[in-house]
Design a protein around this ligand. Structure first.
Ligand SMILES: [Zn+2]
Length: 164
């Protein structure tokens, strides 16, 4: 079992910063196998007008599968800056990944959404689906190990980048 390493989450945070600099949401993902970076995923939802492949986790999975020439990513760990949405968490299971480390949790995202809603006088809304990654793992097969809140503190700065 791979234990998460800070150096790889730093790469995911770097990818998130690059996405944000490009006008997209500040999300990033990397996929590691045997201590090597196989793929880096960027959020391109807005710049590519793509709400599916534009998620950083999906981008990383697609690139990693191309890189390895196979549809499965056994023995791979994903580092993503935020808790995967239900679409991405499902894709992680379809790809048979071993584990996922994420920094920002769903609770962080909900708190930030509430803060922005208040700030905008109720005009702000974020798309969200109230299904935690943990729930999908529990109901999915094969099982994926989650490392929630990994480098939590360091990730909180990403909220300030999004939308700027
Ligand atoms: Zn997603």
């Amino acid at each position: 079992m791979n234990q998460p390493e800070e150096k790889f989450m730093k790469l995911a945070i770097q990818a998130a910063e690059e996405s944000a600099a490009n006008g997209d949401y500040g999300h990033g993902a990397v996929i590691i196998k045997d201590g090597e970076v196989i793929a880096t995923g960027y959020e391109t939802l807005k710049s590519a007008n793509d709400p599916v492949n534009g998620h950083a986790e999906i981008d990383a999975i697609r690139k990693a599968c191309q890189e390895l020439g196979q549809p499965y990513l056994q023995d791979c760990i994903m580092y993503c800056t935020a808790e995967p949405c239900p679409m991405c968490m499902s894709a992680i299971i379809w790809a048979k990944m071993e584990s996922v480390a994420y920094a920002i949790t769903r609770d962080d995202m909900i708190a930030e959404m509430e803060r922005l809603k208040k700030e905008s006088g109720g005009n702000f809304s974020w798309r969200q689906i109230a299904i935690p990654a943990e729930y999908i793992v529990k109901h999915g097969e094969p099982k994926v190990t989650l490392f929630p809140g990994f480098m939590h503190e360091e990730s909180q700065k990403l909220f300030d980048l999004t939308g700027k």
